[in-house]
Design a protein around this ligand. Structure first.
Ligand code: LER
Ligand code: MN
Length: 269
C-alpha cells in the first residue's frame, strides 16, 4: 500500500515545490483537485515529470453532482468530470473520486424527506455512471464512487450500496473508494465491510475518527489495514484530513510516520 495526499494550505504554492515537498515527507503520490488539474495542466505535467511524483487521482473541482437534483447542474458536473478524466488519462492517473453528491441533502437533518424518491435517485446515478464509465474506458481511468456518511449525502452511505450500483450497471471502470472517516460512521465493523466488498475496491481515503490527522483520534487503523492486506489491496491510501494543532507541518509528518507504523503492524498481524 502506498501513501498519497491531497493539497494542504501549508504546502508550497508552486506545483514543483509542492510535489517535491510531499515526496520529502514520505508520500508517493498526489491526489489533485480537478479544477487545478484543468486550469494548470501543463504546469502539473511538468512538475510531476520533474519530481517523479505521480498524479494518482483527482477529487472535487467540478460543479454539479452525479446525483444532483438539478438536471442542468448534473449535466455540467458530468461534463467537467469527463474533462478531468481525459486530462488524468494523459498523465497516467488512475481516476477521479466522486460521491453521489456532497452536502446536497441529508435524511438525518430537517426537512428529512428528500424531494426525489430512492428509485429515482438510483436511476439518475446509474445514468450518470453509464456516461462516466464510457469515458473512463476511453481514457484508461476509473471512476471511484465514494460512499459518504449520512450527514453529507443521502444516496450512497455504505460500501454495499456502492457495490450494488456497480453490479446493477455492470460498469467495468467504476470502483469503490473506501474513506475511513465515513466508514467509521456507517460501517458496523470496517474490516468486515472491506473484506465483504473487496471485489470493487479501488481506492482508499484516510483520516481519523474526527476528520483530523490519523493518530490524533480513536480510529483503529491496524484492523482496517489488516483487512486490506488480507484482500490483497495494493493501491494508494490518500490522506484527506485537516490538521489539528499549531505546527501543521510537524504534525502532518508525525501522522505519516504513525500510519506507516500502522501498516507495518498490520503486516505482522
Ligand atoms: C467528503 O467528506 C469526502 O470524503 C471527499 O472525498 C469528497 O468526495
Ligand atoms: Mn473522502
Amino acid at each position: 500500500m502506498k501513501l498519497a495526499t491531497q493539497d494542504k494550505p501549508f504546502f508550497p504554492e508552486s506545483l514543483k515545490e509542492k510535489l517535491e515537498y510531499i515526496k520529502s515527507i514520505g508520500f508517493e503520490g498526489f491526489e489533485i483537485d480537478g479544477k487545478l488539474l484543468l486550469e494548470r495542466f501543463d504546469e502539473v505535467q511538468r512538475a510531476s515529470e520533474a519530481t517523479g511524483v505521480p498524479i494518482i487521482a483527482a477529487c472535487g473541482g467540478y460543479e454539479g453532482w452525479i446525483g444532483d437534483f438539478d438536471e442542468a447542474k448534473r449535466k455540467n458536473g458530468l461534463s467537467e468530470i469527463k474533462d478531468i478524466l481525459r486530462k488524468l488519462g494523459k498523465l497516467g492517473g488512475q481516476g477521479i473520486v466522486v460521491p453521489a453528491a456532497w452536502g446536497m441533502f441529508s435524511k438525518r437533518l430537517p426537512p428529512m424527506v428528500p424531494p426525489r424518491s430512492d428509485e429515482e435517485d438510483r436511476r439518475i446515478l446509474i445514468e450518470s455512471l453509464s456516461q462516466l464509465n464510457e469515458v473512463a474506458i476511453e481514457t484508461g481511468t476509473y471512476v471511484y464512487l465514494e460512499p459518504l456518511n449520512r450527514y453529507e449525502d443521502h444516496m450512497i452511505n455504505t460500501l454495499e450500496v456502492a457495490s450494488s450500483l456497480i453490479e446493477e450497471g455492470n460498469f467495468s471502470n467504476v470502483k469503490i473508494i473506501a474513506d475511513f472517516y465515513h466508514m467509521n460512521i456507517e460501517e458496523p465493523i470496517i474490516a468486515e465491510s472491506l473484506k465483504r466488498e473487496k471485489k470493487y475496491l479501488g481506492h482508499v481515503h484516510i483520516a481519523d475518527s474526527h476528520r483530523y490527522q490519523p493518530g490524533h483520534g480513536h480510529l483503529d487503523f491496524i484492523s482496517g489495514f489488516s483487512a486490506l492486506q488480507e484482500i490483497g489491496y495494493n493501491g494508494y491510501m490518500t490522506f484527506e484530513c485537516r490538521v489539528l494543532g499549531e505546527d501543521e507541518r510537524k504534525l502532518y509528518t508525525q501522522s505519516i510516520r504513525y500510519i506507516k507504523e500502522c501498516i507495518e503492524k498490520s503486516r505482522a498481524k
